[in-house]
Write a protein that binds this ligand. Structure first.
Ligand SMILES: [Zn+2]
Length: 300
């Protein structure tokens, strides 16, 4: 039985961003680091399990978005090796482009949200290709190329359990699963292919960065795909009508909040979803998807 713990990084609220700690006879392995702004919460979580940050020799990040890998450089400074997708590796070594791209999305909130930027020295980066496995303390960790949310996304399979990152969606508590769709790399067709690839593994459990383990894997993946297609169509219809971004954001925020309230969630829980997966960000990501990949289909 895997000793896999969920660490709550308390990003503005509980259950927004997780990291996962696997205990093995050779030492602990960390999946996801959270943002640098929440590094102290990560340390608290490690301490509660009896570890210091310097005990972490292996880190695996699903992708290099700042809520998943923003603190990787802090762990590398302490001696950890960061495992990452080949297309993510250059951005760990030199995060300036990633930082500039995130600044276009978050503007003046950058530092408050994500903390400090730092780089991971190349000798602390281990690149994994699709299907590559690393064995640590008797546990095989297999990287699975799973694009769609980002084009440099890995999920990590540990037997019949998957650390899913963002390609397996956002689902908080008893709420429904939603697809996080930030710009600039959302691609609906490849995301659906990734979901099919994951479904074929017959997994027992998914660990979501936003947030935690879920064990009704089949229905979860089915609902994720249905919602992804529904959101994409929602945006496509408004683009064809020539709606402005402002109008789309306002309507989409209300639409998503309505979905969550209809599922019986409290206002606090609706807010946790909005922190983990802001509706306005998915508008921008899906608008970009349509205008970049299928411009002919959304001409007003
Ligand atoms: Zn994320």
């Amino acid at each position: 039985m895997l000793k896999l713990h969920t660490l709550d990084l308390h990003d503005r609220a509980p259950r927004v961003i997780a990291a996962f700690l696997l205990e093995t006879p050779e030492g602990p392995v960390l999946f996801e680091t959270g943002p640098e702004s929440r590094f102290s919460a990560l340390l608290d979580g490690l301490n509660a399990l009896g570890y210091a940050a310097s005990d972490i020799r292996w880190v695996f990040v699903t992708h290099i978005h700042l809520d998943h890998a923003g603190a990787a450089w802090r762990l590398a400074e302490l001696g950890a090796t960061i495992h990452v997708h080949p297309k993510g590796a250059p951005h760990l070594a030199d995060p300036s482009k990633l930082w500039a791209s995130a600044t276009r999305i978050y503007g003046e909130q950058m530092e408050a949200l994500w903390g400090q930027m730092g780089s991971v020295p190349e000798h602390r980066i281990a690149i994994l290709q699709d299907g590559d496995g690393v064995e640590i303390g008797g546990v095989r960790i297999e990287a699975l190329e799973t694009p769609g949310h980002a084009n440099h996304h890995h999920a990590y399979r540990l037997g019949d359990v998957l650390i899913g990152g963002d390609v397996t969606g956002v689902r908080i508590g008893r709420g429904p699963v939603l697809p996080p769709c930030p710009p600039p790399e959302i691609h609906i067709e490849t995301w659906c292919q990734s979901i099919a690839k994951i479904r074929a593994l017959n997994l027992r459990k998914l660990y979501l960065t936003h947030f935690g383990p879920t064990d009704d894997v089949g229905p979860h993946l089915e609902a994720l795909e249905a919602r992804l297609l529904e959101w994409a169509d929602w945006i496509k219809a408004r683009l064809k009508q020539g709606q402005s971004r402002e109008q789309m954001v306002a309507e989409f925020e209300a639409y998503v909040a309505g979905t969550l309230r209809a599922a019986g969630l409290s206002e606090e829980e609706v807010q946790e979803y909005e922190f983990a997966d802001p509706a306005w960000m998915s508008v921008d990501g899906l608008v970009r998807y349509w205008t970049k990949h299928h411009p002919e289909e959304v001409m007003a």
